[in-house]
Design a protein around this ligand. Sequence first.
Ligand SMILES: C[S@@+](CC[C@H](N)C(=O)[O-])C[C@H]1O[C@@H](n2cnc3c(N)ncnc32)[C@H](O)[C@@H]1O
Length: 282
Amino acid sequence: MSSAVLIRKIRALKPWHHNLQLTPEVDIRCAFEAEEIERANNGNVSFIDARDEFESKIKAIYPDGVEGKTFLDCACNSGAYCFWMRELGASKSFGFDVRDHWIDQARFVQENCRVAPTDNIEFAVFDMMRLRERNLEPMDITLFKGIFYHLADPIQGLKIAADMTKELLWFNSAMIFKEDERGMICTFERSEKVMSGVHSLSWTPTGPKVIVMMLYWLGFNDIWHVFTRPYPANLKYGRMEIIAARTEGELDGLGSVQGARKMDTTVFKNAVPADDDIKSLF
Ligand SMILES: C[S@@+](CC[C@H](N)C(=O)[O-])C[C@H]1O[C@@H](n2cnc3c(N)ncnc32)[C@H](O)[C@@H]1O
C-alpha cells in the first residue's frame, strides 16, 4: 500500500489517541495537520506519544528483556502497548476494548505495520466486566491503564484484572486531589464519548493510598508509586501510576526511574492495621 493510501485510511479511522509507527515514512501523526490532533479538533481525544516512557520503564523492570512473557492490555484502545510489548519480545499479547472504533484501529495497525512484528497479538471487543467469560490463561503482565475511573464497579474490575495476572500489574488512572487519599469520588459520565466508560456511573480515586491498599488486598507484595502528576490545565485533577508485583523484589529496577518509590506495606501484614498505622505509611 502506498504512503498516500495508508494516510487516507488512517484519516478515515480518526480520532486516534496514540501515535504509532506503521512504515519508515508513515506514523499516525504524519497523517494530520498539527491543529487537527489538538484535543478540541480530535473529538475531545488527547493525542499522545507514549512509547518512549513505557519502553524505558519496561526495560528498567526487566533488564534482561520480556522474551517469553505474556501480556494483557485491559481497555487497549488502538493496541499501542500490545504492539510495543511484542516488539520488545513478548511471546503473546491480548488486548480488548469495549468499542469497535478502537479495535478497528488496532486491527488496521496490525495489518499494515511494516516496522515491527505484529503476530501473536489478539484483539477483541468486549466489556472489562466480562473478561472472565473469555476463560483466558492468566498472563504474566497486565496493563490496567485509563480504565479504573471508567467503571461503575472499579474494585471488581481491578480484581478481575488482578486474578488474570501472574506477575506484574501496571496501574495508571486519573485522580482527584483530596486531603484523604483513601477515597473515591462518584460521578456520571457519558458513554457517547469514545474515551469514556459505558456504565454511566464512575469512581475516581483521591490519591495513590486507596489503590495501594487495594493492590495489597489483591495479593501484590511489591508495590511502587511511580508518579502523581497534576494536570496543568486544572490542578484539582491529575494522573497517578502504581506498579505492583506478586513477588517481593521483582520491581527493584524501578529504583532507576526518577521519582518512583517502593511503598512500605509491612503495616498491612497484621490482619487489621490501626488507622494511624495506615496514615503513617504515606
Ligand atoms: C482513557 S482511555 C485509555 C486507553 C488506553 N488504555 C490508554 O491508556 O491509552 C479509556 C479506554 O477504555 C475503554 N473502555 C471504557 N470502558 C470500558 C469497559 N467497560 N471495558 C473495556 N474498555 C472500556 C474506552 O473505549 C477507551 O479506549
